[in-house]
Design a protein around this ligand. Sequence first.
Ligand code: 3HC
Length: 697
Amino acid sequence: MKKLDTQTVSVAKRGSLLVVTIDNPPVNALSHSVRAGLLEAVNALESDADARAMVIICKGRTFIAGADIHEFKRPMQAPLLGEVIERLDAATKPIVAAIHGTALGGGLEVALACSYRIALDQARVGFPEVKLGILPGSGGSVRLPRLIGVAPALTMISEGGQISARDACDKGLIDAVVSEDLEAAAISFTEKLVAEGAKVCRVSALPVPGFDPAVFDTSRAMLSKKYKGFRAPLVAVDLMKMVTETPFAEAIASEYKVCKDLLVSPQSRALRHIFAAEREALNVAGVGADLRPRDVRRVAIVGPGTMGRGIACCFQNAGIPVILIGRSDDSLASAVKAIRKIHEANVKRGGITADEMERRMALLTTATSYEAVADVDLVIEAVTEELNVKKDIFARLDAVLRKDAIIATNTSFLDIEELAASSADPSRVAGMHFFNPAHVMKLLENVRALKTAPDVLATTTALGKRLGKVPVMAGRSEGFIANRMLSKRTREAQFLLEDGATPQQVDRVLTAFGFPIGPFALADLAGMDIMAAARAARVARMSPREQRCNIVDRLVAAGRLGQKSSAGYYAYDESRKPSHAPEVDMLLEAYRSEYGLAARAITDEEILERCLYAMVNEAAKILEEGGAARPGDIDVIWTNGFGFPTYLGGPMFYADAVGLPRVKEALDKYSELVGEPFFKPAPLIERLVAEGRGFYG
Ligand code: 3HC
């Protein structure tokens, strides 16, 4: 096999075929060397009179997963992908793309520039560019509709989803699907083509098939709702419309320009930041890349309540047997019923088949005795947030668990060190903080205690990925990263009510900013009794102003428990549609007059700044204390756990975009207005501003 100069691409002669192999770990991205190698390979094909056709295949876990994202930060080096693709398209002999793993973005563009595509049945293809705030820039948007039709192409490009090889075959995107030995299958597929005298087959030569022009308006309406705030999905509609109205070569040039413009947009920068931060979050301090996580083949969950049920679903969905431990057969029976309901809803939505649901349910067993956990590899306790209850459970687990089994707690607020100390072996204790509903929410806030063993940290991180979550490691701190920051936003939202804002105004400002739900609508969803209990647990440690601000308790006393009682900060009708509740205005007025507080007009800007900068300031303290390893971890937590708009990159990235000097100025202003204890700029912010830097340098 001849290695080309680029080292990542090699060419071997197999009879009358050239087999080009790309080997650019981890995902065969189209780095400069791959682009150069592919160009050389096409030149070799054209100049070798004996070569009749070429196969492009990849080593490792996947076909080309797209352009090399790391190269986006600097000017691209020639040859550009567009040039490579043009050469593939212009080749005078057939080229076959052999796809395994995922052919994504530029990878799929390479495949579309080939004459034919053959794939393993497990393979998937897609254009995920939109998730990075860009769109296909090397012919993908121009070729795909020619091959599969305008409407399906628009769906793939504007939403960024992946489709299976079989689906792609049905759509005409892939020519053949095989179940094993891709290389042999691709070679025999290509040899047959040659034997039959098959010619090159250029997608670029195909016309755009007929389509319903209404597709653009309906897509625009659907996308602006489903991807509120995101720019690229809507640009995709305009792009596709242009492609249907413009000759191929011109459309290619326009597509490139659209992608290039999007690449330098603030949204793309923010989305690419989150992509990188989610992967960086997997690097946990003190956990070497070569440290093997412990095997997790069987788990137990203590506590069959809402959290325990959701967590059990996560393990079932990942194919891991799970034992649910509860105090009574009755509580376990209703938990199993509720878990089945979750899976049934998935079947109804078409997410899984009924058979698959049964397979998942078969992974679940229940027990009332701790003896049942004797042979599990990991236990997650998900019982009520009471330190003594949890400590007691830890002691009972210690008595029955294998020595190498891990004890994880789902606590969201309690002291991880105290919990770890209650086990005879604190090195086996860690936090795995899931978010409600656990089977839906992507975020997993793992927590390390001082003595947690490195391989336990490696295990909770690897397990998070295996469960399809986005794991982030937090350190000791009350409320860790997520809830500690949230509690500051909650505090400010309450103070804003004291100062004269309404729940509607605060919610409107935060949803207009991009959060899917405002803090008061969220409180109504969670339940005011839950909010009041969380407050009660912390009230002794609160400042006098926070202790006084007992609006939540007053709502509970008035029977306004939120959606569950059809009344909270809002009034709810039978279909849970919220409306303004005059009773809450009266309750707030009574509260203010009791303490002699004057309501004032509050601007939207003040609401946004107080809610966001209170969190950013707290995050700076967490960073400085070592509760978070890097600002990116905080951004990942807020985008995955609380709906902070990903196109703004998370609170730390957003603060840098606003400019830390401006953030500090606002903190100083609110220190005077609200009180220094709440808004005094964190020392880290003071220092970064003095040094002319941001969280990201
Ligand atoms: N460029 C460079 N590195 C990439 C990459 C890419 N396109 N995609 C993934 N990687 C890297 C990751 O950063 C990670 O590196 P690390 O180990 O150093 O952290 C490593 O590959 C593995 O990635 P994952 O942890 O995500 O691995 P998974 O197995 O979970 O997922 C994947 C693999 C499905 C390929 C996933 O990585 C993915 O979705 N990648 C992004 C694909 C994409 O967006 N492609 C389009 C790029 S834009 C483009 O092509 C423009 C074109 O139209 C011109």
